[in-house]
Design a protein around this ligand. Structure first.
Ligand code: FNR
Length: 332
């Protein structure tokens, strides 16, 4: 690897998570010690329509859709650590998107694991697993077309079958469950180990949130158990991102407060802020604090209520009033 390129050896990463992996969560994970942070999956067709806008007010770079929605917001602080994950089934479109974000991110990743119909019906996500030629075309096009590392997130099925071509092309691969499996299924450390031994590029182990990783020390244990170069965490980090802290996890209230600071500073979409806070609250979502979060109305109220200084920041949350329970709560 050329100097300055993001390394995937011996790192801990925030895994890509739809809705969760927006800028505030990525910055939070970095604050707490994650080395690499993946953004939520963004679909190539939507990204290809975006314009890159330098936002002088927030000091961010925004990728803005024709309807003015900010699809992807990033900032200098994460530039060397953020991986842009895309959903794609088209090499040329993937390249167009990778070139659009190339100067603002540290690497691009192709999602080859999503089993949801909205992904697979367009030939994206896990559908790519049955089209090795397409995978190769996408990865080769990306690797030759951009100067930053290209990685892919795949399921074990593919890794155990025609991997040689794929792994010769990509810079790193992250692995989780079998194609047919759901989040409740245990991770297969032995399969990850077999792949890690068979290939020369870094392998990031993933899928350990339920059975393996409860504390910061468990991250290294999980890495050892899988023989992988690195570890990527999704749910465990979503529930309490301070798991990345080597000094030990922080109370949830403090994590929520830290999260909110970033959400406010970067004018995060209020619906998204509320969704992430509810994911952190988990079974406490019906507690008084959870109800307060749910009852909150607008993003503006979040910052406006800071005047009530006697209350901790997280009790001042006022966010938009969407039904968060209507949101998808588990992926995939
Ligand atoms: C995910 N996952 C996921 N994967 C991916 O490649 N792109 C994505 O956008 C998402 N979105 C997403 C959202 C949410 C809320 C969750 C919980 C998960 C899958 C995730 O990255 C990971 O592979 C699995 O969750 C298994 O890892 P853990 O949770 O056991 O650490």
């Amino acid at each position: 690897m050329a100097a300055g390129r993001l390394s995937f050896n011996n790192i801990t990463a925030l895994a890509p998570m739809v809705r969760v992996g927006t800028l505030p969560m990525r910055l939070l994970a970095l604050d707490y010690g994650a080395d690499v942070v993946y953004c939520e999956e963004l679909i190539d067709i939507k990204m290809a329509q975006c314009h890159r806008v330098v936002n002088d007010v927030l000091e961010t770079v925004d990728f803005v859709a024709p309807d003015d929605r900010v699809m992807f917001r990033t900032c200098e602080r994460e530039k060397g650590n953020v991986v842009f994950q895309m959903g794609t089934a088209d090499p040329d479109r993937a390249l167009a998107v990778a070139r659009l974000v190339e100067k603002d991110v540290a690497a691009v990743d192709v999602n080859m694991g999503c089993p949801k119909e909205y992904s697979t019906k367009g030939g994206m996500g896990a559908a790519l697993l049955s089209d090795p030629d397409k995978i190769e075309a996408i990865l080769r096009t990306l690797v030759t077309g951009v100067s930053i590392p290209v990685t892919c997130k795949i399921r074990i099925l593919l890794a155990l079958l025609p991997v040689a071509f794929l792994l010769a092309v990509a810079d790193c691969v992250s692995l989780f469950r079998f194609k047919e499996e759901r989040p409740r299924h245990p991770v297969h450390c032995d399969y990850i180990q077999a792949v890690a031994q068979a290939v020369s590029i870094p392998v990031i182990a993933n899928g350990g949130s339920l059975d393996h990783v409860k504390t910061n020390a468990d991250i290294e244990e999980f890495r050892r158990a899988t023989g992988a170069s690195s570890v990527m965490l999704a749910r465990a980090a979503m529930w309490n991102a301070s798991l990345f802290r080597s000094q030990g996890a922080l109370p949830l209230e403090k994590v929520m407060e830290d999260y909110l600071k970033h959400a406010i500073q970067y004018d995060n979409n209020a619906f998204n802020t509320k969704y992430c806070l509810c994911q952190m609250l988990r079974d406490k979502v019906e507690s008084p604090l959870g109800k307060q979060v749910q009852a909150a109305q607008t993003n503006a109220e979040i910052s406006g209520l800071d005047a009530a200084a006697r209350l901790p920041a997280w009790t001042k949350v006022k966010l938009c009033g969407f039904d968060v329970f209507g949101c998808r709560r588990e992926y995939p």
